[in-house]
Design a protein around this ligand. Structure first.
Ligand SMILES: [Zn+2]
Length: 309
């Protein structure tokens, strides 16, 4: 088995297990229950043994029913597990074949491209995936965006950006010391490291501004719709999406989200699953739009400009 195949299989299994853990979180956190304690059947309260907790496999073996009371288990369990596994595999595939950058950082890559940066990006995106699934599922199920899910993602993203800025600064500084002219420049200006960091921090400030802009856009939406269906959680999510995608990818991200959300609302209306004026949770569509835009945002914009402008 080649190394790449091994990584795919490894990521799939990791995704399945994380999906299993996310199912517990999705069921418990919106109801203010602790993550501690074993899972049990919703109907007969029987504690589930280890054989009942193998992702997807247990569901198939038990034919979707509880071992003791034979009541039907929710499809959420195998779907989230399988979805998480496939999402990890898909993300690694896309990461290998398409360029990915976060916020405005793509603008500074031509200056210094440390070989480690793609690895950091991959690690960062893999850490984000479980949060994306949690936000997606909790909003879908409860029409809720929990602070304890969205706030860590915002801090994580800011932390990653600050790390990147100092890392670029550090690498740039040491690259300079390797040649005589650079060494001279650094000697003349002993604040050179900080001036580098400051220069690399500028894209971060732009990303922050894009985040604030999207947050304000959501505030405007809430005022126009008189608060129906949207709340503080959506404003926070909007801020994060702006921070993550930066400009111009945020344009395709938001456009795709509202486009897909509109289609879904229309289908639900036609199928009479929703009445006119009822709301459809927005976060799942924002997550899908953001994910597509993260990998294809720049290509979509280039395609659109060549075709229509
Ligand atoms: Zn049971």
């Amino acid at each position: 088995m080649s190394f790449v195949v091994f990584v795919y299989v490894f990521l799939f299994v990791i995704g399945l297990c994380l999906g299993s853990f996310l199912n517990v979180l999705i069921d418990r956190w919106p109801n203010d229950k602790s993550l501690k304690g074993r899972s049990h059947c919703d109907y007969c309260k029987k504690t589930l043994g280890l054989v009942d907790l193998i992702p997807v496999v247990s569901f198939i073996v038990l034919r979707g029913r509880c071992r003791r009371c034979h009541k039907k288990l929710s499809w959420q369990y195998p779907l989230v597990e399988l979805g998480a596994g496939l999402l990890f595999v898909l993300t690694f595939y896309l990461f290998r074949h398409y360029p990915v950058s976060f916020g405005q950082t793509s603008f500074l890559i031509d200056n210094v491209i440390p070989a480690e940066i793609p690895f950091f990006n991959l690690l960062f995106i893999m850490v984000l995936l479980p949060f994306l699934i949690a936000i997606f599922m909790i909003d879908l199920k409860y029409s809720l965006i929990l602070d304890r899910v969205i706030m860590p993602v915002i801090y994580l993203t800011l932390g990653f950006y600050v790390f990147e800025v100092f890392y670029y600064g550090f690498r740039g500084y040491h690259a300079l010391l390797l040649n005589p002219l650079g060494k001279y420049l650094v000697g003349v200006n002993n604040q050179y490291f900080y001036s580098l960091v400051l220069r690399f921090a500028q894209p971060l400030i732009v990303s922050l501004a894009v985040g604030i802009f999207v947050a304000l856009f959501f505030v405007l939406l809430i005022i126009i719709s008189r608060g129906r269906g949207l709340g503080l959680g959506d404003i926070r999510l909007g801020f994060w999406l702006g921070l993550l995608l930066g400009y111009p990818k945020i344009i395709t991200g938001l456009f795709l989200s509202f486009f897909l959300g509109g289609i879904a609302a229309f289908i639900l209306l036609v199928l009479r699953r929703k009445k006119f004026g009822e709301t459809v949770p927005l976060a799942p569509f924002l997550i899908i739009g953001t994910y597509i835009s993260l990998f294809f945002g720049n290509q979509i914009i280039t395609w659109y400009m060549q075709r229509f402008l």
